[in-house]
Design a protein around this ligand. Structure first.
Ligand SMILES: [Zn+2]
Length: 134
């Protein structure tokens, strides 16, 4: 009787990375701004990076048209305080401003989230959620 190795289903974590990035946006190594990436610009290579590194380490096209060498999910302080890239805001129809779309009431409306839910509780809840790796 041969032991079959358990199939490792990692696809979910790439999807989770993308769904978090959709509302948190991404930070690059070189630019201290939050950028967005359109869903259709993710490749299989990017998804493999997400699953292994929880970051994208190969060049990726941002919504503003620039290409970043790598992107990752911003930490809490970047999400609250970093400026959103103007080009990405323009490309996706978000107002310009500071903080992840998730933490900005005007953007939350566009995301279909309740406008008053961007408080500290929501941020802490989110940190917990990513720790558990749901
Ligand atoms: Zn950008």
């Amino acid at each position: 009787m041969t032991m079959q190795p358990e199939p490792v289903l990692c696809l979910e974590s790439a999807e989770e990375f993308i769904s978090i990035g959709r509302v948190d946006w991404y930070v690059t190594k070189s630019w201290r701004k939050l950028h967005a990436v359109r869903d259709e610009d993710w490749t299989g290579e990017h998804r493999a990076d997400m699953e292994q590194e929880w970051a994208v380490l190969s060049p990726v096209r941002l919504a503003c048209g620039r290409v970043a060498a790598s992107v990752c999910i911003p930490g809490m302080f970047s999400r609250m305080g970093a400026e959103r890239c103007k080009g990405c805001c323009r490309a996706l129809g978000y107002p310009q401003g500071k903080g992840s779309p998730k933490n900005d009431d005007a953007c939350r409306v566009l995301l279909g989230l309740p406008a008053d839910g961007g408080g500290l509780c929501e941020v802490l809840g989110d940190e917990e959620r990513s720790e558990e790796g749901e």
